[in-house]
Design a protein around this ligand. Structure first.
Ligand code: AMP
Length: 286
């Protein structure tokens, strides 16, 4: 595996790969990799001719009081995982190169970013959209791989690729969880032993909601109440949002439709966790 740290070198590498008609798969990450990230990497390696994975803790998506400085870092471990998985290039741009002094351009996706995480984290999706456009311009992938864990983020990326005429497609992959249902996340490293039970209440609440829908409960208000009760049994848990909404527009729904997204953001102590699932009036599916 080659490590590339500069933007011009990365562009040259991609130009050569495209010149020799190889398809480029791209997995953008912030590092501290786990099985969730690796499911994207494995999909890329198995479906594209070459795979680029990036590790970049993107300052523009962090709010002032968020965890930019303490975000988990594990470069050597990450490198080993990527190499073993058959990644061709690890792209490691520096914040100075990505956002040099005098940097002025940001990308805003309207509408869908006004809901869920966009509402609780102002500027978050502006940072995501900006870095994704920059990374896609540098790496020029044919396919980018994103996880459903960050459902709204994947929708934002799909929207900006379409709207800005960027010739790449997105492949979305299901949420990878631990044996107890907790969605894998780099931020799980922040959780203390005592916080593991409250952390697991997110997936347990989604599971409960799914069962309710299966049993014919379609009232969003009732389902939301059940989710709230289950999560708030834990003193360490503070709900940011419980959304039952359209999976594309993120507009809240009064009742479960043919397809609804149930999305949660919950603070467990100092750690903010998100999780989601899709439910259908007929059948339920992750
Ligand atoms: P991050 O490093 O948190 O920016 O995540 C990089 C990519 O990995 C994003 O597309 C995430 O949606 C995806 N990802 C993170 N956690 C998971 C998970 N548990 N299952 C599937 N994909 C994930």
């Amino acid at each position: 595996m080659e490590t590339i740290k500069t933007i011009p070198e990365m562009k040259q590498w991609s130009e050569r790969a495209r010149g020799s008609h190889r398809t480029i798969g791209f997995v953008p990450t912030m590092g501290s990799l786990h099985e969730g990230h690796m499911s994207l990497v494995q999909k890329s390696v198995s479906t594209c001719d070459v795979t680029v994975a990036s590790i970049f803790i993107n300052p523009s998506q962090f709010g002032k009081n968020e965890d930019l400085d303490t975000y988990p870092r594990n470069l050597e471990g990450d490198r080993r995982l990527l190499e073993t998985a058959g990644v061709d290039v690890l792209f490691l741009p520096s914040p100075q190169d990505m956002y040099p002094e005098g940097y002025k351009t940001f990308v805003t996706v309207e509408g869908i970013t006004g809901h869920l995480c966009g509402q609780s984290r102002p500027g978050f999706f502006r940072g995501i959209a900006t870095v994704v456009v920059k990374l896609f311009n540098i790496v020029r992938p044919h396919t980018g791989f994103f996880g459903d864990k960050d459902w709204q983020q994947a929708a934002v990326v799909e929207t900006l690729l379409r709207d800005l005429n960027i010739d790449a497609t997105i492949k979305r992959m299901p949420i990878v969880r631990d044996a107890d249902g907790l969605a894998k996340s780099s931020r799980n490293l922040y959780l203390s032993k005592d916080e593991m039970t409250p952390a697991r209440s997110l997936s347990r609440a989604l599971e409960l909601a799914r069962h309710q829908v299966q049993n014919g409960q379609f009232s969003a208000e009732r389902i939301r109440r059940e989710i709230r009760q289950l999560i708030e049994k834990n003193k360490a848990a503070h709900i940011d949002y419980i959304s039952i909404c359209d999976p594309d527009s993120f507009i809240e729904q009064d009742e479960i439709k043919d397809e609804s997204l149930i999305a949660l953001a919950v603070h467990i102590g100092k750690t903010r966790l998100i999780d989601n699932c899709i439910v259908r009036r007929e059948k339920c599916k992750e």
